[in-house]
Write a protein that binds this ligand. Structure first.
Ligand SMILES: NC(=O)c1ccc[n+]([C@@H]2O[C@H](COP(=O)([O-])OP(=O)(O)OC[C@H]3O[C@@H](n4cnc5c(N)ncnc54)[C@H](OP(=O)(O)O)[C@@H]3O)[C@@H](O)[C@H]2O)c1
Length: 263
């Protein structure tokens, strides 16, 4: 059947930049009524203007998703403003490139809160109205780091893994209830994520795809009613190889890290 954009009410978190901004505008350009949220009001306003050029009923909500009360307010606002949400896209997230020997427990908690607990809370708040209608869709933006355990990013990897596993388990629980679940595993995407302070520098020579290419993959997966999508798709092959030979994968990762130029 595929996701019908025209007239759908979609909430996209983390839409002030990068993937979320690109996806929100793409959905609006295909007729969706889009609700967007993030902390940076100036950037969010620009994205809203771009959405409203296609879909005038689109609206924005400025909030910090690390604040659970704000998450609850966002859910209530979305239901009241749009009369319900047909598709939730849990996209907001923060990176954490920090070697485990330098990682503090409070940092792990912060990353887990934004990348896992907050989207789960928002999902649980918006799920009942989807179940009441017997229709809806939840899209969780995880990362290939969730399955490939990127070195130097243990806190981030684990938060994205938690989101992915929650997402898969939810897909099973909701299978016959009319609510579809899509887990998105982006590879490296060229967004402002890599210039956020408080992170180790990115290893050199990493190739990135554009946010538009990532969104092409998400839109294709929505059209196919897929339950997961890796973008680029070849990351799925690496996941399969890892499952077949985890020790070899870990040893290969160690060799890769040792070969990196020392800062
Ligand atoms: N770029 C990649 O290579 C890549 C790869 C795999 C997965 N991902 C995932 O893709 C998602 C989008 O990332 P991106 O690459 O597009 O990065 P980005 O450009 O930095 O976008 C992140 C978005 O999340 C929002 N956000 C962060 N913390 C927030 C908070 N506490 N409250 C509300 N909003 C918050 C940011 O808005 P404000 O700062 O305005 O609040 C921004 O709109 C993330 O979940 C990321 O982990 C990215």
């Amino acid at each position: 059947m595929g996701f019908e954009c025209e007239g759908s009410r979609v909430l996209v978190t983390g839409a002030s930049s990068g993937i979320g901004a690109t996806l929100a505008v793409r959905l609006a350009s295909q007729g969706a009524i889009v609700g967007i949220c993030a902390r940076r009001e100036d950037l969010l306003t620009e994205v809203l203007d771009a959405c409203r050029a296609h879909s005038d009923a689109s609206r924005m909500f400025v909030c910090d998703l690390a604040d659970f009360d704000a998450v609850d307010r966002l859910a209530a606002w979305a239901i009241e403003t749009f009369g319900g949400i047909d598709m939730l896209v849990n996209n907001a997230g923060i990176p954490k490139r920090r070697h485990v020997t330098k990682l503090e427990a409070t940092v792990v908690e912060e990353v887990t809160r934004i990348n896992y607990l907050s989207p789960v809370r928002l999902t649980l708040a918006l799920l009942p109205q989807m179940l009441d209608r017997g229709a809806g869709r939840i899209v969780n933006v995880s990362s290939v780091a969730a399955t490939l355990s990127s070195p130097g990013e243990a806190a981030y990897d684990a938060s994205k893994s938690a989101l992915a596993v929650f997402s898969e388990a939810m897909a099973i629980d909701l299978w016959d209830l009319g609510v579809g679940v899509l887990t998105v595993y982006p590879g490296v995407v060229d967004t402002p994520l890599f210039s956020i302070p408080g992170n180790d520098p990115l290893p050199p020579g990493i190739e990135a795809i554009s946010a538009d290419e990532l969104v092409d993959g998400v839109m294709g997966a929505l059209a196919d009613d897929a339950i997961e999508v890796y973008v680029p798709a070849w990351f799925k092959d690496i996941v399969k190889h890892k499952a077949n030979d985890t020790a070899g994968f870990i040893e290969g990762s160690v060799a890769y890290v040792r070969d990196l130029p020392k800062s």
